[in-house]
Design a protein around this ligand. Structure first.
Ligand SMILES: [Zn+2]
Length: 451
């Protein structure tokens, strides 16, 4: 990334712009989504607001896929030898950043050059196993999302759900969420909230939404059950819960929720149980073991990818001149695993006596919380405000004062956050939230009686 001065194509005002030419997914995993979304090298004139994408030669590198691709915009009008020189410089920058054992043969060949960004994006997706047919299907789904967003009434929306129920799959909902996110990123809060309400309505009405709601409820109930057990949850009692689960889905949900308890000993015990089992039960247990191995594998895969992504993002943030802006750009990647990686690195930096880095990480953590507070839906903001009081009594008094705002949605959100905080090991906050929620529920009950 380098900064350069450009003249506004519209009003000729000179201003500085950041230009990104190297998208190296090995060094910065967030580079991939930035590249695929086309959210880079966008310049905005501070005087007249003119926005456009700055034409610059770019290089895309994914070491895991041995992919090195280049794009030189035609409008730059570079001669072949100049093009070669620019790409050579960029390639060297990538190669020089790699340890010798990773400088493989594909880096020595000239990178395939694309005429359009679109074709380069398609090549990157192809390496992910996304074919042209799948892209066409995706475009059709985007069009479907737009159709939903264009509805003018709830009845119209409901009719559309009925008509397209079979097409409303995970991809559809992901694309819907992406549309909401991009509206929010563009600062269009009112529209983003309206779109989110529409999405939730579609979830509620569609077959897939209903099914995944049931699943979410089962997960929630199980998480609650595990929480309630507290200290009584031992490796042995957990093992019994899993093997005695009435349906395999419950056993799989349990191992997904409590992955750390599914260790070597767990599988040893399961194997012993299978060997001793009567013929009538052996097949069930064998299938259960297969299912558990599969589920654990999936959890670990996701966890590993998340940790890698989180580590890359942390690196980007440590180097970012404007932390807040960079966090906002990467908001979809800021999740629990990012916060865990941040905390871990903070502790290590402290131990190593690198207070400069620790301070910067502290600042990153504070900024994340600040942005999340600003961006949170109203019910979450309310909960945060309730929690922000020094004492419990003050919090509870505020619950009384703001009774009108405490809707069933707020209570539901409290439950969800409580479970999340509890799972994150912050029992004290969860406890306080529990008390606030109890007070809120009493309050709601009372207003029902007095109505
Ligand atoms: Zn301008």
């Amino acid at each position: 990334m380098f900064t350069t001065t450009v003249n506004c194509p519209q009003c000729r005002t000179p201003f500085s712009a950041k230009i990104e030419q190297i998208f190296d997914v090995g060094r910065d995993p967030s580079a991939k989504s930035r590249f695929l979304r086309g959210s880079f090298n966008i310049i905005a004139c501070p005087r007249c607001g003119f926005q456009s994408m700055m034409a610059a030669p770019i290089l895309y590198h994914d070491p895991a896929k041995e992919l090195l691709l280049s794009y030189v915009p035609m409008e730059l009008g570079l001669k072949a030898e100049d093009q070669e020189r620019v790409l050579g410089t960029l390639t060297r920058a990538i190669v020089n950043g790699l340890p010798p054992e990773q400088r493989k043969g594909y880096l020595l060949k000239p990178a395939p050059t694309f005429m359009t960004l679109q074709s380069m994006v398609e090549r990157v997706l192809e390496a992910d196993g996304v074919t042209k047919e799948m892209l066409a299907a995706q475009r059709a789904k985007v069009a479907l999302v737009e159709k939903f967003l264009a509805t003018q009434s709830e009845d119209e929306l409901a009719a559309l759900v009925k008509e397209h129920d079979a097409d409303l799959d995970y991809t559809f909902f992901e694309l819907f969420t992406a549309a909401v996110q991009s509206a929010a990123e563009q600062g269009d809060r009112a529209n983003a909230e309206k779109m989110l309400t529409m999405r939730n309505k579609v979830v509620e009405l569609s077959s897939l939404g209903k099914k995944s709601n049931e699943q979410a409820q089962m997960f929630e109930a199980l998480a609650e059950e595990l929480n309630q057990l507290g200290d009584k949850l031992t490796p042995d009692s957990f093992f019994d819960m899993v093997v005695k689960a009435d349906v395999p889905e419950r056993a799989i949900a349990l191992v997904t929720l409590a992955r750390p308890l599914v260790d070597y000993n767990f599988f040893m015990k399961l194997t012993q149980l299978i060997n001793k089992a009567p013929d009538s039960d052996r097949k069930r247990l064998q299938e259960l073991r297969e299912g558990i191995l599969d589920a654990v594998g999936k959890v670990d895969q996701v966890a590993q990818a998340q940790v890698q992504q989180a580590a890359g993002l942390l690196q980007t943030l440590l180097e970012a001149p404007d932390i807040k802006k960079t966090i906002k750009e990467n908001l979809p990647l800021i999740d629990n695993s990012f916060m865990a990686v941040l905390n871990q690195n903070y502790e290590s930096a402290k131990k190593a006596g690198r207070n400069d880095i620790a301070d910067k990480m502290q600042k990153i953590g504070d900024t994340v919380l600040e942005i999340i507070r600003e961006a949170a839906p109203p019910e979450v903001r309310l909960i945060n405000e309730l929690l922000n009081f020094e004492t419990e009594d003050e919090s509870l008094a505020e619950v009384k004062r703001r009774a009108a705002e405490i809707t069933p949605q707020v209570v539901e959100a409290m439950k969800a956050i409580e479970a999340e905080v509890q799972a994150g090991g912050r029992a004290e906050v969860a406890d306080r939230l529990g008390k606030i929620r109890a007070a809120a529920e009493r309050q709601a009950m009372m207003s029902k009686w007095t109505m």
